[in-house]
Design a protein around this ligand. Structure first.
Ligand code: ADP
Ligand code: ZN
Length: 763
């Protein structure tokens, strides 16, 4: 009997077997999409294998219903990789396939529905649209308002809409502080129409970009390119590189040449970057070199654009893809090169659903495809650095900045224990920082000020009893966010984890005193403080709140055009930006990230400091960096001051070896949560006990730590526990995880338990 093993989009680990009817035998192949009966539903699945075999006695298989399209939607290379990924992470193959496929082509679903073949349109990857790709758009109607009936912003907003045409509400909010309320009111009067529409495709995907000519490479770049190119041409056995180049050393130019080499050999390329919305400039450099030969994979692409891109990549009309971590799954044909830019960035780890690490999996996909892989960073991760020491990756160094005039900036550490407030009176705007900003503004240059907290005031505290307001659903403090253009206490409190939002409490929950104080410093308040201290300076802000409003590109563009003098922001300001007039970088408080309960806290702080410092002095103007801290002697700070990445890595690796953490041990985290604390605790205890009972657990080949409450003990109303597994080798760890996976199936239905292999977030 001819049998197909099919992955269906249900969260079950195993594929299901179906009989292939004779009529379909010719068109069913691995990677093809098929319709099959599943319980009482029909689902669309992907064929994994086709095989002639006899079912076990007493077992019968249902026949496949239909083949959706004759050509496989997933190539053998990609399918094999997805199966390897699914196995590595103990993730259901159906869920993994869902990551790799664009939403099912509507048309083919409609066609099948029309033929009565498709009873349920629930298909791989679903047809649900991502909320973030949708937005409200306001447009003026033909109707005229009664004379004098409108006042204030409503009136201005309407006039604006009449003049400029339909505008997303998020855009209007840049201009009118009351945009949301005003447009609702205008809608009520029938003067404005509000429509939910798909967000426009990012401009760089449709706009044509002027082609550029490559600059003459520096000697170091040349050597890097020739070593990588020889690998792509198959003239060398080395297939993996760590491109360790200081900030501004011109890594992008090396990537561009490597891609050109791959394309010239008729092979495709994938480029992964941390966050595509923050790197429009980088993306446009790829477009400028390769034009339409590069597809931009973007979460804000509409369904149709996504399909179109998928189709062009599969057919090989477009041969290179660039995107954030999901570009890992791009169906690039004949893959010859995979690049991971800023490989140390933790956004490459997906923290929900299939918890994969795109950098680690880039190594796997490239290896399986026989492709060359380049990991690039100014601050390589301890893991990648160790791979070079073990000879698994070849190290390529770019020790100097690419532009001859550019030098690494001078770094000064400001000890917050000794140095007090400057003229603004705010403790965090110290005298040295104030003076440095003054000097920068006087020269007409730009500054970036980095602070790790968003919102206005991250602590809402009772002045009478000292109680700190926390979220009712999470064990997390609430943050005060200000409403634009209002005075103190006008705004709301928010939980940054569950999205809970409420007005500022009038009285303390604990003692009832009406003595609520807003304390601490977030980016909103910093923006306000700096604006007040430097009258006339144009201050902008970039953080998650700005980015979620779709305004990140705008702010970056203003910065590039020098319409802003000072940019205040969170991690987002540290990423790869290349602004030639930024000569001052200030780190308001370097300690925030140092003290997290995570073995990577020191490494992350160090990377952040070096990266943000790397935004200064990238062109011919010399740069200066001020790092404010309460712990000036911390090695992460001392070595960041010296730009000594390798000394830091050597220290860090010695530490990790001694404490037996990655890359010298393998970790897996079993995360358990439930609405009831005892239910979660019992489940975690059962899983830990199961792990200890396995042969590898008993022999001590796998260490079982816990169960213990997670550092964030409660999130979204669920109590969280975890069990940490640690082993020297992957084999025994996998054996224990397999036992845990089976045990999870038997748990109380109220419990959610997931396996996180090679965890990144320890919270
Ligand atoms: P990195 O990614 O290593 O931080 P970039 O690739 O952004 O560095 O390059 C830093 C700057 O140097 C950019 O403005 C880039 O245009 C410039 N640059 C790169 N290579 C060269 C070169 N060979 N000659 C002159 N300028 C270069
Ligand atoms: Zn919350």
């Amino acid at each position: 009997m001819l049998i197909a093993d099919v992955a269906v989009p249900v969260p079950l680990a195993k594929p299901f077997s179906y009989e292939i009817p004779a009529a379909l035998a010719a068109s069913v192949a691995p990677g093809a999409r098929v319709l099959c009966d599943f319980g009482r539903r029909q689902l669309m699945g992907i064929v994994l294998t086709v095989e002639e075999r006899e079912p076990a006695p007493g077992v019968s298989y249902k026949p496949l219903r239909a083949v959706v399209e004759a050509t496989p939607v997933v190539s053998a290379e990609l399918l094999g990789f997805l199966r390897a990924l699914s196995s590595y992470y103990f993730a259901p193959i159906g869920a993994v396939l869902r990551l790799a496929l664009p939403a099912v082509e509507k048309r083919s679903v409609e066609r099948l529905e029309g033929q009565g073949e498709l009873l349920s349109a629930s298909a791989l990857s679903g047809t649900k649209r991502v909320a973030s790709a949708l937005e409200w758009v306001a447009s003026a109607t033909e109707r005229l308002e009664a004379p004098g009936s409108l006042r204030g912003q409503a009136r201005e907003l309407l006039a604006w809409l009449r003049a400029t045409g339909p505008t997303p509400v998020a855009r209007l909010e840049d201009r009118f502080s009351n945009a949301r309320a005003a447009s609702k009111r205008l809608e009520g009067l029938g003067l404005v129409k509000l429509e939910r529409s798909e967000r426009a495709v990012a401009p760089w995907f449709t706009e044509s970009v002027e082609r550029d000519a490559p600059p003459e490479l520096t000697t170091a770049q040349q050597q890097a390119v020739s070593r990588i190119s020889a690998s792509i041409r198959g003239e060398r056995d080395v297939r993996g590189f760590l491109l360790f180049g200081v900030t501004g050393s011109g890594k992008t130019e090396v990537y561009l040449h490597a891609i050109a080499q791959a394309l010239a050999r008729g092979r495709g390329a994938i480029v992964m970057v941390p966050e595509i919305a923050l790197t429009p400039q980088l993306v446009s450099r790829f477009r400028a070199r390769f034009g339409d030969d590069v597809a931009i994979i973007h979460s804000q692409l509409g369904e149709r654009a996504r399909h179109e891109m998928h189709r062009r990549l599969v057919s090989g009309t477009v041969r290179a893809a660039i995107g954030a971590r999901s570009a890992l799954f791009a169906p690039v044909a004949s893959l010859g090169l995979v690049i991971v830019d800023e490989e140390h960035d933790s956004s490459f780890k997906q923290e929900e659903g299939v918890r994969y690490h795109a950098r680690d999996m880039a190594l796997l996909r490239a290896h399986r495809a026989g492709a060359t892989v380049v990991l690039g960073s100014a601050t390589p991760s301890a893991e990648s650095y160790e791979l070079t020491r073990k000879g698994k990756l070849e190290m390529i160094r770019l020790p100097d900045r690419a532009r001859r005039e550019a030098a690494l900036p001078d770094v000064t550490v400001v000890d917050l224990k000794r140095v007090g407030a400057g003229p603004s009176g705010h403790k965090m705007l110290t005298l040295p920082l104030h003076r440095a900003l003054d000097a920068t503004l006087a020269k007409g240059e730009q500054a970036i000020i980095f602070l790790n907290r968003r919102g206005h005031s991250p602590t809402i505290v009772c002045g009478s009893c000292g109680h700190v307001a926390t979220c009712k659903a999470c064990s997390v403090a609430l943050t005060f966010h200000q409403r634009r253009g209002r005075g103190d206490l006008q705004g709301s409190v928010k939980c940054h984890y569950c999205g809970y939002e409420d007005s500022v409490p009038e009285a303390c929950d604990e003692c009832g005193a009406s003595a609520i104080l807003l304390e601490g410093l977030g980016t909103e308040k910093l923006e306000e403080t700096i604006s007040a201290a430097f009258a006339g300076a144009r201050v902008g802000r970039l953080d998650r709140d700005v980015a979620d409003g779709g305004r990140a590109e705008r702010v970056l563009e203003q910065m590039r055009r020098r319409e802003l003098d000072i940019l205040v922001g969170t991690q987002m300001v540290t990423k790869g930006h290349d602004f030639s007039h930024v000569t001052l970088v200030g780190v308001v408080n370097a300690d925030a990230a140092l003290n997290l309960p995570d073995f990577r806290a020191g490494e992350r702080s160090f990377q952040l400091l070096v990266q943000v410092a790397g935004r200064a002095g990238r062109s011919d103007l010399p740069g200066k960096v001020l790092i404010q801290t309460y712990s000036p002697a911390h090695p992460a700070i001392e070595l960041a001051k010296l730009h000594d990445v390798e000394a830091f890595l050597a220290r860090e690796l010695a530490d990790r070896k001694e404490t037996r953490y990655p890359p010298f041990a393998r970790l897996a985290l079993v995360r358990v949560d439930a609405m009831d604390l005892p239910v979660a605790e019992r489940a975690a205890t059962a899983l830990a006990a199961r792990a200890r009972r396995t042969p590898a657990g008993q022999a001590g080949h796998v260490e079982v730590l816990g169960p213990a409450p997670a550092p964030l003990a409660r999130l979204r109303g669920r109590y969280r526990y975890r069990v940490l597994l640690r082993a020297e080798d992957r084999g025994p760890l996998r054996a224990v995880l397999a036992a845990i996976e089976a045990e999870i199936e038997l748990l109380d239905r109220r419990v959610r338990a997931v396996i996180d292999v090679d965890p990144v977030s320890m919270l």
